[in-house]
Write a protein that binds this ligand. Structure first.
Ligand SMILES: [Zn+2]
Length: 76
């Protein structure tokens, strides 16, 4: 059984870096809540038990180009 809680607008949350969706608070395993992208479990999500908006924002900020990472994957 899964539960979702929308984040109050008073919190400054960035949208998901990959799809632009606002994150939700989701009930993960063992009754722990986590902050995650509502669209895709492979997009960034905080560790279960951590509703850490700062952590979410850091991981969803594009400080630099990811061409480097993509290149490594395609050449791997
Ligand atoms: Zn996403």
């Amino acid at each position: 059984m899964k539960g979702y809680i929308n984040i109050p607008e008073s919190f400054k949350c960035k949208g998901c870096k990959l799809c632009g969706s606002a994150p939700i608070i989701s009930l993960a395993e063992h009754g722990l809540y986590q902050l995650k992208c509502p669209n895709n479990d492979s997009h960034y999500q905080t560790n279960p038990g951590e509703i850490d908006i700062d952590d979410w924002n850091i991981h969803n900020t594009q400080l630099y180009d990811h061409d480097y990472d993509l290149k490594m994957i395609s050449e791997g």
